[in-house]
Design a protein around this ligand. Structure first.
Ligand SMILES: [Zn+2]
Length: 309
C-alpha cells in the first residue's frame, strides 16, 4: 500500500464539473471534466454526475489506495447547514453534496465555496505558502474573494464573509448590480459579464463615439491594447474601481499579499495589476499583488488542501 495520502477533489462550477485525485504535494494524478447538468428531474442529477465521475477516476487509479477524504469546491451561494449549494447560475433550488458523497465513499467530506477553496489552494500550494494572512480575489464572470486571516479561513455567520463583489466602489454612475440588491457594486462594473454593459452606459453618459466592438470584455481589452483612446479612458475608470475595492480589502483584512485569479485577470494580468497599483490608496502599506500561477486548478487544489492538512 502506498504511504502517500490522496484526496478526491471536486470543483463544481456553473459550466463544468471537474473531479481529480490529488496528492499532498498538489499533484493532480487523474482528472475528469464534464458539463454541469442544467436539466433533470431533480438537482440530484448534479451530484449523481459527480459520483459517476469520481468512481471512474478512482477506478482508473486503484493503485493509490483509499482516499483520505472528499473536498468539494462549489459555486455559491452555499447552504453549509444543509451541506449543499443553492447556485445562482444553475436552474436548481438546492443541490445536496455532503450527504450523497459521504454515502458513496464513506470518507470525511468537506465543502467550501469556490473562492474560499481557491484561497486555501493558494495558501497551501501557491504564493501564500508560509503566510498567515492572504486574500484571493477572483475577477471572472462574477467577482468574489476568499480570505485567510490569522491562519484560518474567514467564514462569517453564513459562510459569506468575503462577498467583496458587492462592495460599493462607485457613487458617480450608480450602475445597478446583477444581484438586484443595490447600485455601485464592484461586480456590476468590473466582472467579465458586466463590463460590456457598463461600457454601454458609460459611453452614452460620456457621449463617446467608438470605432471598435465592445461586445465582450475581451474586445474592450483588445481595443485598449491597440491604444484606442476611448477604450483606454474607459479602462482607467475600471482601474479606479478595482483599486477602490482593493483599498477596501486592504483595510478590512490587512493581508500579507493579495493574489488575483479568474478569467479576466488571467487574460489581462499585467494591465489589471498596473491599474490597481496606480490607484490603490496607501493608508496601509500595499502588500505584494500577484496574478495566481495555479490557473484553473486553484479550486481543485483548495479542495485538496481542505482534506490533506
Ligand atoms: Zn451586487
Amino acid at each position: 500500500m502506498p504511504k502517500q495520502k490522496f484526496a478526491l477533489a471536486v470543483d463544481l462550477g456553473a459550466t463544468n464539473i471537474r473531479v481529480a485525485v490529488v496528492n499532498a504535494d498538489g499533484k493532480i494524478l487523474a482528472h475528469e471534466r464534464a458539463a454541469t447538468p442544467h436539466e433533470g428531474k431533480s438537482s440530484r442529477v448534479v451530484v449523481d454526475r459527480i459520483i459517476e465521475m469520481a468512481k471512474r477516476v478512482l477506478e482508473k487509479n486503484k493503485t493509490y489506495g483509499k482516499i483520505a477524504g472528499v473536498g468539494i469546491a462549489s459555486c455559491g451561494p452555499l447552504d453549509y447547514k444543509k451541506g449543499g449549494a443553492n447556485p445562482a447560475n444553475l436552474p436548481f433550488d438546492f443541490i445536496p453534496l455532503i450527504e450523497p458523497l459521504k454515502q458513496a465513499f464513506h470518507v470525511p467530506t468537506v465543502l467550501h465555496n469556490d473562492a474560499n477553496a481557491a484561497a486555501l489552494g493558494e495558501w497551501r500550494f501557491g504564493v501564500g505558502r508560509g503566510k498567515q494572512n492572504i486574500v484571493y480575489v477572483t475577477l471572472s464572470t462574477g467577482i468574489g474573494a476568499g480570505v485567510i486571516v490569522d491562519g484560518h479561513v474567514l467564514f462569517g455567520a453564513t459562510g459569506n464573509a468575503a462577498e467583496v463583489g458587492h462592495m460599493t466602489v462607485d457613487t458617480t454612475y450608480n450602475f445597478p448590480c446583477g444581484c438586484g440588491r443595490g447600485v455601485g457594486h464592484w461586480e456590476g462594473y468590473c466582472s467579465g459579464k458586466n463590463m460590456p454593459k457598463f461600457f454601454e452606459h458609460w459611453k452614452k453618459r460620456e457621449n463617446k463615439k467608438i470605432d471598435f466592438s465592445a461586445r465582450t470584455t475581451k474586445h474592450i481589452f483588445a481595443a485598449a491594447k491597440q491604444k484606442n483612446p476611448v477604450a483606454l479612458e474607459f479602462l482607467d475608470v475600471i482601474h479606479r474601481m478595482n483599486a477602490r475595492a482593493i483599498s477596501n480589502i486592504l483595510v478590512a483584512y490587512d493581508p500579507e499579499l493579495i493574489t488575483i485569479g479568474g478569467s479576466v485577470a488571467h487574460h489581462n494580468g499585467a494591465v489589471i495589476l498596473a491599474g490597481i497599483k496606480k490607484y490603490t490608496e496607501h493608508y496601509l502599506k500595499v502588500p505584494p499583488l500577484h496574478i495566481t500561477k495555479l490557473g484553473e486548478d486553484i479550486a481543485l487544489l483548495g479542495a485538496t488542501a481542505a482534506i490533506l492538512k
